[in-house]
Design a binder for this molecule. Structure first.
Ligand SMILES: [Zn+2]
Length: 54
């Protein structure tokens, strides 16, 4: 596969290129149990967002 997977956090502008970085910085999200895509927000920002929830 020539396609390089990338992810960019819209909150802190952090970027991840390639599976390894995405795995480390963003993590994955499963869609309908079949497709796996990078999380839109990085792990750090997701953690902060989750904290804000009650
Ligand atoms: Zn972020």
């Amino acid at each position: 596969m020539p396609y390089i997977i990338k992810a960019k956090c819209p909150n802190c502008k952090k970027e991840a290129k390639g599976k390894d970085q995405v795995e480390e910085l963003f993590g994955w999200r499963k869609i309908k149990g079949k497709k796996t895509i990078p999380q839109s927000y990085c792990r750090e920002c997701r953690r902060k967002r989750v904290k804000k929830k009650k």
